[in-house]
Ligand binder design. Structure first.
Ligand SMILES: *[C@@H]1O[C@H](CO)[C@@H](O)[C@H](O)[C@H]1NC(C)=O
Ligand SMILES: *[C@@H]1O[C@H](CO)[C@@H](O)[C@H](O)[C@H]1NC(C)=O
Ligand SMILES: *[C@@H]1O[C@H](CO)[C@@H](O)[C@H](O)[C@H]1NC(C)=O
Ligand SMILES: *[C@@H]1O[C@H](CO)[C@@H](O)[C@H](O)[C@H]1NC(C)=O
Ligand SMILES: *[C@@H]1O[C@H](CO)[C@@H](O)[C@H](O)[C@H]1NC(C)=O
Length: 335
């Protein structure tokens, strides 16, 4: 082993140890099968993968969309996050893959995203000398940008029926599920409306979170190859989404219908306009996946167009067994 590879190995080992030990600088993402960057920027199994947790702030489209470089690190062929039409699915929100059941047979996973044990209903009202609040008075570990569960801003899943990672864009993704008061615990279960089936090769999904302050304002986003299961042939197509709109104190301003993921705090591509002044809690307006932006809790049932979704190959019933009863030999006649 050369000195330089030894050195980089030690640095890497030290970084991993630091991530596992501290957690206080860590942020969060939804871990699941089918996710991009499950092995960080590589293909070898990476049980401590955590690049997808990093916050997105002041970035260009190339660097924030589906977590930038993570778009180049898809899951293995055929691996999908399964989205049951009309049902629910569960992911694990964590600060590191180590703290989920995707690593170490779940041996480092607890009820919490940081792999630690905290009191039930962990909040800044609970005094724990091991995990004092951050300088802004918020829960420090897990770093969930909130004082308590009811203060957590909400997270969302969106779906795109364009599954080409090279051409897909924010206008293809429709938010189909919102989970209020998350991120908070590791286990997060999202409700699904009656989504139609995906085309051959599945769909693309995205998880997103915009915290309500409690630290630097930023956003979180990651991509997944996903597959809608159990869709009915009569399921309606998902309509083209438009950007969501601030409507905290005027419900008539809420967008009803298919909405895009909200993009904020970036150098490029922001699609949210915030009002001047303060939001009701007294801080600057913060667009999250919650009622302030017109996102109701649970399955988003208002996202469909009137049209029945086109029948795609994977909605067809399995082909019947063909019995060959006759063999015909055709001899082409030369012209
Ligand atoms: C945001 O990024 C741009 C480059 O894209 C840079 O010029 C600018 O200084 C950054 N803004 C802040 C506040 O760091
Ligand atoms: C999710 O779906 C399963 C099976 O349909 C059901 O038993 C369970 O109660 C649902 N969980 C939530 C949180 O909706
Ligand atoms: C935790 O909070 C939930 C509401 O979110 C409440 O129903 C429950 O009683 C609380 N548990 C404890 C131990 O305080
Ligand atoms: C949660 O935190 C918010 C913001 O500090 C506070 O207004 C609210 O009372 C807290 N709720 C609970 C249940 O502690
Ligand atoms: C996606 O849309 C953004 C505008 O939001 C644009 O800047 C970017 O070039 C588009 N990317 C692709 C690959 O179409």
């Amino acid at each position: 082993m050369t000195f330089s590879s030894y050195a980089s190995f030690s640095v890497r080992a030290a970084l991993v140890a630091m991530v596992l030990a501290s957690g206080s600088n860590a942020h969060l993402v939804a871990y699941s099968k089918g996710m991009f960057c499950k092995n960080d920027y590589g293909t070898a199994d990476a049980p401590n993968a955590a690049v997808a947790i990093s916050p997105l702030w002041n970035l260009t489209w190339t660097d924030w969309f589906l977590h930038g470089k993570c778009r180049q690190y898809p899951p293995p062929a055929g691996e999908f996050l399964s989205i049951p039409s009309g049902g629910n699915f569960t992911v694990e929100i964590a600060a590191n893959r180590a703290f989920t059941t995707l690593s170490y047979n779940g041996g480092k996973a607890t009820d919490w995203p940081d792999g630690k044990v905290h009191p039930t209903n962990w909040s800044t009202n609970v005094n724990d000398p091991n995990y004092p609040p951050t300088s802004s008075g918020c829960i420090s570990s897990p770093n969930l940008h909130a004082h308590n569960e009811s203060d957590a801003a909400g997270t969302a899943f969106a779906i795109s029926y364009n599954n080409n990672i090279n051409t897909v864009n924010i206008s293809d993704f429709t938010v189909f599920s919102v989970l209020p008061n998350t991120p908070y615990r590791r286990i997060a279960t999202y409700q699904v409306p009656n989504l139609p089936a995906c085309p051959a090769g599945g769909c693309l999904c995205a998880w997103a979170w915009i915290p309500n302050h409690c630290g630097q304002d930023n956003m979180y986003m990651n991509g997944y190859r996903c597959q809608v299961t159990g869709a009915t042939a009569s399921a309606k197509a998902v309509a083209s989404p438009v950007p969501a709109q601030w409507c905290e104190s005027d419900q008539s301003q809420c967008i009803i219908g298919a909405k895009q993921l909200s993009i904020q705090y970036q150098a490029q591509g922001n699609n949210v306009q915030l009002p001047p002044g303060f939001q009701k809690d007294g801080s600057w307006p913060s667009p999250g996946y919650n009622l302030k932006m017109g996102f109701k809790s649970g399955a988003q049932t208002d996202i469909f167009s009137k049209a029945t979704a086109p029948v795609t190959p994977n909605t067809c019933p399995a082909a019947a067994t063909v019995t060959v009863t006759q063999t015909v030999t055709i001899t082409a006649t030369p012209k």
